[in-house]
Design a protein around this ligand. Sequence first.
Ligand SMILES: NC(=O)c1ccc[n+]([C@@H]2O[C@H](COP(=O)([O-])OP(=O)(O)OC[C@H]3O[C@@H](n4cnc5c(N)ncnc54)[C@H](OP(=O)(O)O)[C@@H]3O)[C@@H](O)[C@H]2O)c1
Length: 327
Amino acid sequence: MRAYVQTGYGSADRLRVHELDRPEPTGDEVLVRVRATSVNPYDWHHLRGEPVVARLLPDGPGLRGPRFPVLGCDVAGQVEAVGPAVTGFRPGDDVFGLLDGGGFGEYVSARAGRFARMPRNLSYPRAAAVPMAAVTALLALRAAGTSGPGRVLINGASGGVGTFAVQIARAYGATVTAVVGAHNAALATSLGAADVIDYRTTDFTRSGRRWDVVLDVAGNHPGRAYRRVLAPGGVVVLVGGPAGRWVQPAGHVFATLAAGAFAPGRLRLADAVRCPDKRACLDEITALIEDGRVSPVIDREFPFDQLAAAVDYQEQGHAAGKVVVSR
Ligand SMILES: NC(=O)c1ccc[n+]([C@@H]2O[C@H](COP(=O)([O-])OP(=O)(O)OC[C@H]3O[C@@H](n4cnc5c(N)ncnc54)[C@H](OP(=O)(O)O)[C@@H]3O)[C@@H](O)[C@H]2O)c1
């Protein structure tokens, strides 16, 4: 099979097409023919081996060299074969999944719990836009305890995670304030934001307003600044932060935790990578997509032979919604 292999740490030109053996599903694994994938910051963090401090983690990019030769954590495709312990899927099923890697290849084999039935009303490219970004948004809102009306501010509402977070928060009944650039104001409103703050002209942490939940996707303010805008009993959920060579975006999270600026339980984290029940999350999102309350926003779609350009484009950090790659 053809796959983009990571030939070392660096930029997207480290991705080269190689001919690899097709994986065989064993145990509870499912072999999927990848029809589409999407690019996430997770992919280029692993590609660059950054932040460097993360190479020390057992599930990080790898200490001596890339841990996953084939990147690509989001996939949508068709089940080709299943391992002997798999009961829930059979060849021909359309599935999507949130993996550690493998989506940048023609086939990927991973544990069945990483996959779920694909939403019936989505094409492969649109389904591939969903897993990492939507699961992150869902987990962040769950971490905030947002299951009913409330005022939710989403800082960084125009990217992959943010566009899902606005829609899921709305579906939960929240009143959403979206912090985006003015050029993405109409997008945020169309997704259900009740009002929009332009981060280029207004510092929302000095707006004098208060929210029940601050969902910090952009991570561009010192965490303690959020104290100024939290309503009594309010919660901050840290999702992302600025990219950096050595410690960012993890540094933003650690600095916020270390500042001790929040009462116990008021500062929470969302972590899609370590989420133990990815299929349940994907199923919950599928229900929202199939009843029309959530829809992936696609910024650009690239063909498979331009996958490196797709990674490069996503890494620039200005996508409005998702960057997908299809065959
Ligand atoms: N915790 C987890 O499990 C998890 C999972 C996935 C992602 N993440 C993290 O979450 C973050 C976002 O991921 P993503 O996939 O949504 O990234 P993304 O799609 O690349 O986000 C890009 C968007 O961010 C906007 N943006 C840039 N600077 C901003 C600012 N200062 N204020 C508000 N918006 C700004 C950009 O708009 P402009 O056009 O204005 O630049 C663009 O629309 C990343 O740090 C990522 O590593 C964490």
